[in-house]
Structures are given as structure tokens and as C-alpha cells.
Write a protein that binds this ligand. Structure first.
Ligand code: NZQ
Ligand code: ZN
Length: 386
């Protein structure tokens, strides 16, 4: 294995009723003022807001509300939150929602502590923030795994870049699968596919000799595939929702990445598509993945053949390595169709006039798993997704 350093500081409270049981005691460790951050209001309809406000009141906390964090959060929204946090001397940020709320709050937590513009600090001066307002996350929709890492994905609307920023890592995270019961099935599946994508992007990283990280990764991928299928026939199944919730965290808490280098090519392309179209993250990935993998397959046929056999259960008997590898990618494509995710940009609702060349040219790839794609190749891939 490659050398590695592993640390994950987030304390996870997993399971039904965790907030009710533990949040009150946890709050005793923080100061009086709590910023309650959330999205467009789903938490006001499913009882989560009332439950949390009740606990905050019982603990005598002053609540500063930061509502309206949109899917694909913007840098302007981060600045709004940072200003609010600074003005109110917030002691703890409580991010209640999905990846968008969590990501926005990670960066708010850092931006509130520095005067300098964080985007410039990180992207121009290549300096990461070191001071943060403490952050706790209460996850209401799973998939991104944002709750157990310090990465955030933020859209800078003026620059037309949807890019990574480093922010706070949550001190604690509540993962209660029952909170997801009010999420539309479309979003549940989209989140679960995002998890599968994180696992795949890591699996196709380097090195690709057999190692423990990849063995665990295959189990995570099989679990996600199996549990999406369970939910499609039994939508309230608690076990399946639990498995998907923990798989979401597992795919992005660093364990699968131990000893591996990945550059998340599909994500980088999809993020730029998001910057231009504001599309749903998981759905964008679903369209791009099979097309991307048909392009990458010749560069690492053996790894795609292993994927076919160990993740999709395809019998290698009588197949060349190439045929087996291709069968794996086509199994992925068929699965995307089976679970009702979009398979083309048209199905995803991307306007036909979208400037795909600009999307391709603004995509920044780093190391390259399997191979580093040129901007021309990315453009070809995007055109094939139409
Ligand atoms: O805003 P509200 O009203 O809460 O509605 C949300 C939103 O419309 C709704 N929702 C959430 N919990 C709900 C609920 N509806 C009913 N009941 C509930 N319990 O779900 C919608 C989508 O929420 P969002 O947070 O946008 O989804 P997701 O968790 O998929 O996050 C997507 C964002 O995360 C980024 C994506 O790029 C995208 O911006 N990512 C973050 C990553 C990270 N930090 O590690 C990694 C990922 O690859 C990803 O890029
Ligand atoms: Zn993702």
C-alpha cells in the first residue's frame, strides 16, 4: 500500500432517535448562541425543525436562523451566512439538511473567522483555513457524505465555477435514517447514486493492484446497488435506508481512499455542468458515468473487468478481458435505467443550447485515474451525453 495518514474527527451518532437522546447533552459543551442553518423549508414540514428548536430552547440557547440554503449552494450564500455568524458571535453552527446545507456551513464556519475572501485565499494563494466556528451536522438526506469530511462544493456564480473549498469538518454528525422518509424517492435515489459514484471514482483511482481499500469499496458498491433495489420495491424499509445512510458516509469519510489517489473525473465534469445548468448532482453523474467509462475502459481494461466480476457479479467464463470489462460498464448503464435515473442530458432537462464546449474547457482535472482526459475528450463525452 501507499503510505497514508488517516484521521476522522467527526463523532457520529447513528440511528433512529439520536437527536432527541443526545443533542441536548452535546449542546452543553458549546456557548450560548447557535446558528440554525437549513435549506428551503423541508425541515419545517417533517417535524425536524420543531424537534431541534425544542431542544435548543430547553438548553437555553439563543437561536440565530440561517434559512434558504439552496441545492448547489452559492458563494454569495456563504458570504451571507458568514456575515450573520460574525455579527451574532455564533458559538456553534448546526447544519440541518443535505450536502448543500452542510457544504455551505463548512465554508461559513471558516469565512466567519477570516476577513480575506476565502475563495481567493484557497484558489489563488493556495492556503487552507485553519480557524473555524464549531460545526455540527444533522443529516436529512444522504448521498454526498459531506458530514464526515472537510470538503465543500460551492458554486461561484460570477466566475461560473462549481468548485471545492476546504472548510470546517463537523465535530459531530447525527445520521438518523428516519429523517429521510419525507425525501422524494427521486432525490433518495439520486443521493444513493452519488454514493455509488464516490465509490467508483475512488475504485478507479491509483494504484489498482488489489488492496484492502478496494475490497471494502466493492462491498460498499454492492450494498448501495442492493439497497437501492430494495427501496424501489419497499420505499420505507428502515434497514435499506440505514445501509444507504452509512454507505454514504463510508464512501466519503476517507476509509475507501486509504492508500489511493483519485481525481474524481466524473465529478469534476458534472460540477462544471452544474455551474452552467444548476442540474441535480446525482442525476448529472448518472448521465455522464457510462459514457465516461466507455472512454476510459481501454486505458485500464483489467480494472473494469474486476469491477464487472466483483461488483456486478458477471460470470467471466468464456469472455475475454475486454468483453468482461465492457459487460461491467453496460451493467452500470442498465442499472441507471432500471432505477429510473436520466440517461441523457435531454432526460435530465439540460437545455439543448447549453454551451458544452465551455463546460468542457472549464473542467479542471488533476492526476487522472486510468488516463487524464483532454478538454477535447471531455467535450466529446459531453456531446455523447446529449
Ligand atoms: O432545501 P430543502 O427544503 O431542505 O429541500 C432539500 C433539497 O431540495 C431536499 N431535502 C433534504 N432533506 C429532506 C428534503 N426533502 C424532504 N425531506 C427531507 N428530509 O432535498 C433537496 C436536495 O438537497 P441537497 O442538500 O441539495 O442534496 P444533496 O445532499 O445531494 O447535496 C448536493 C450538494 O452536495 C455537493 C453537490 O455538488 C451538491 O452541491 N456535494 C458535496 C460533497 C462533499 N462535500 O463531500 C461531495 C459530493 O460529490 C457533492 O459534490
Ligand atoms: Zn458526489
Amino acid at each position: 500500500m501507499n503510505n497514508f495518514l488517516f484521521e476522522n474527527k467527526t463523532k457520529v451518532y447513528f440511528g433512529k432517535g439520536g437527536v432527541k437522546e443526545y443533542l441536548g447533552c452535546l449542546l452543553e459543551h458549546y456557548g450560548d448562541t447557535v446558528m440554525l442553518a437549513y435549506g428551503g423549508g423541508s425541515i419545517k414540514h417533517n417535524g425536524v425543525y420543531d424537534e431541534i428548536v425544542g431542544i435548543l430552547n430547553a438548553e437555553g440557547k439563543r437561536i440565530v436562523e440561517f434559512p434558504g440554503i439552496m441545492p448547489n449552494p452559492t458563494y454569495a450564500k456563504v458570504q451571507e451566512g458568514a456575515k450573520l455568524a460574525r455579527e451574532n458571535h455564533v458559538d456553534l453552527i448546526l447544519a440541518v439538511g443535505g450536502g448543500s446545507v452542510s457544504d455551505c456551513c463548512k465554508v461559513v464556519s471558516a469565512q466567519a473567522k477570516v476577513d480575506e475572501d476565502l475563495w481567493e485565499l484557497e484558489n489563488t494563494k493556495h492556503t487552507r483555513p485553519t480557524a473555524f466556528i464549531p460545526l455540527g451536522t444533522i443529516v436529512t438526506v444522504f448521498g454526498t457524505g459531506s458530514e464526515m469530511n472537510n470538503g465543500a462544493v460551492i458554486t461561484h456564480e460570477e466566475k461560473k465555477i462549481k468548485g471545492a473549498l476546504w472548510g470546517a469538518q463537523a465535530d459531530f454528525a447525527f445520521l438518523d435514517p428516519t429523517y429521510t422518509l419525507s425525501v422524494s424517492m427521486k432525490q433518495v435515489i439520486s443521493g444513493a447514486f452519488d454514493t455509488l459514484s464516490h465509490a467508483m471514482e475512488t475504485y478507479f483511482g491509483k494504484p489498482d493492484e488489489n488492496n484492502l481499500s478496494d475490497d471494502i469499496n466493492e462491498a460498499v458498491m454492492r450494498s448501495v446497488i442492493r439497497n437501492i433495489r430494495v427501496l424501489l420495491t419497499d420505499k420505507d424499509n428502515y434497514e435499506a435506508r440505514s445501509e444507504l445512510a452509512w454507505a454514504s458516509a463510508m464512501a466519503e469519510n476517507g476509509i475507501l481512499k486509504i492508500g489511493k489517489v483519485t481525481d474524481f473525473q466524473c465529478h469534476m465534469i458534472e460540477h462544471q455542468l452544474g455551474a452552467y445548468t444548476n442540474c441535480n448532482h446525482g442525476a448529472g453523474l448518472a448521465v455522464i458515468h457510462p459514457v465516461l467509462y466507455r472512454h476510459l475502459l481501454p486505458a485500464n481494461t483489467a480494472r473494469f473487468a474486476r469491477f464487472a466480476q466483483n461488483v456486478w457479479g458477471i460470470d467471466p467464463a468464456g469472455k475475454s478481458e475486454l468483453k468482461l470489462a465492457q459487460a461491467g460498464v453496460e451493467a452500470l448503464a442498465a442499472f441507471i435505467k432500471e432505477i429510473g435515473m436520466p440517461t441523457t442530458f435531454a432526460e435530465l432537462g439540460i437545455p439543448a443550447g447549453t454551451d458544452l464546449k465551455a463546460v468542457a474547457d472549464s473542467t479542471v482535472l488533476t492526476g487522472g485515474c486510468c488516463k487524464k482526459l483532454s478538454h477535447d475528450e471531455i467535450y466529446e463525452i459531453l456531446k455523447e451525453c446529449r
